[in-house]
Design a protein around this ligand. Structure first.
Ligand code: CO
Ligand code: ZN
Length: 333
């Protein structure tokens, strides 16, 4: 599974430009799904048929990653940029961006800027050009870039850019490989534009009309030095969401997840996220409402270019997806 995670995290996919990622996933799952389609917003939807008495479950993991967009190119060939999604300013100075054509740039701050007054408009990108004309050979205003950083295998733990949310995609790819004859009909949706407002999940849920919605996404942890107090720890299992800014998990869906973990011996922890959201925020208010919940993969350093996950947690999340796929949902939702 490490190879799948490395391939997915290293792919290029800022919000709105996820086709490299969805093409990669389509190739990975093409022999496992009964049907694969793409919708207008670019969501990749893979269907696995269940038994006639089963329910319709939509699992969602987002394919997009945070990034930047070029807003201006000056006479000397330096680029100015705006954020795509929630970019942490403290992670930017000295980091690198990559554009779709492979162009690499270094982000740095204007010379006189003090750390505490650092804002996006005090930063620029240097792609090694000596003039605007030379810069225009490689990039254009309006081009999207991602934060460029290698994947690293630390043993039980993995680090990369875009673990948010390619790790969720990897969980769904792995689950799909291991499912045969599910009880419920499963829609594995690899969504687009989550980082800019849960946009892909909204149209996908509207089209699918699921009986149950489950998002897979990263969540924060409270286990690092002087961390904001939070009960989630890396390596302590799948995190079952209770609440975040976008969703109060449906009590019966949350309870079902807890019960499945208890009966199947899957390590789990409860998650209350003070700020942030996932695709379930869009799914649960689709049409007349969809009972929804979220399985979170604990991650350190979310929205930095070095997001860290634990392989044991990833495994637990795969096991929980498989358990939900086979669960008898009659009377639950
Ligand atoms: Co995110
Ligand atoms: Zn995410």
């Amino acid at each position: 599974m490490k190879a799948i995670i490395e391939q997915l995290t290293q792919a290029f996919g800022p919000s709105g430009y996820e086709t490299e990622v969805t093409a990669l996933i389509r190739e990975m799952i093409k022999d496992q799904a009964d049907e694969i389609r793409t919708d207008v917003l670019g969501n990749l939807i893979a269907v696995k048929n269940g038994s006639p008495d089963g329910k319709k479950i939509m699992f969602a993991a987002h394919t997009d990653e945070i990034g930047i967009v070029i807003t201006y190119i000056d006479d000397k060939g330096f680029l100015r940029f705006s954020n795509v999604g929630g970019v942490g300013i403290a992670t930017l100075v000295g980091s690198r961006v990559r554009f779709a054509n492979g162009t690499i740039g270094v982000i740095y701050q204007e010379g006189k800027t003090q750390w505490k007054e650092l804002t996006l408009d005090k930063l620029y990108i240097d792609i090694g050009a000596t003039s605007r004309e030379e810069a225009l050979q490689k990039v254009r205003v309006g081009e999207f870039g991602i934060f460029h950083r290698d994947f690293a295998d630390l043993g039980g733990r993995l680090v990369s850019k875009a673990m948010d949310d390619r790790i969720g995609c990897a969980v769904l790819v792995e689950a799909l490989k291991r499912i045969s004859n599910p009880k419920n009909t499963l829609y594995f949706v690899f969504t687009t534009q989550e980082e800019v407002g849960l946009r892909g999940a909204r149209t996908a849920a509207f089209g699918i009309e699921p009986d149950l919605g489950v998002a897979l996404d990263v969540t924060l942890t409270g286990d690092t030095p002087e961390a904001f107090p939070m009960a989630v720890e890396l390596g302590k299992g799948a995190a079952i969401k209770v609440k975040d800014s976008s969703l109060i998990a449906h009590p019966r869906v949350k309870d079902l997840m807890v019960e499945l973990c208890e009966t199947k011996g899957i390590p789990y922890q409860m998650e209350v996220l003070a700020r942030g959201g996932t695709d379930a925020g869009a799914i649960h208010v689709s049409k007349e409402g969809v009972p929804s919940g979220t399985i979170s993969i604990p991650s350190r350093y979310v929205h930095s270019p070095s997001e860290m996950v634990d392989l044991g947690d990833v495994q637990a999340c795969v096991d929980l997806v498989l358990a939900i796929a086979q669960a008898d949902l009659e009377g639950v939702i």
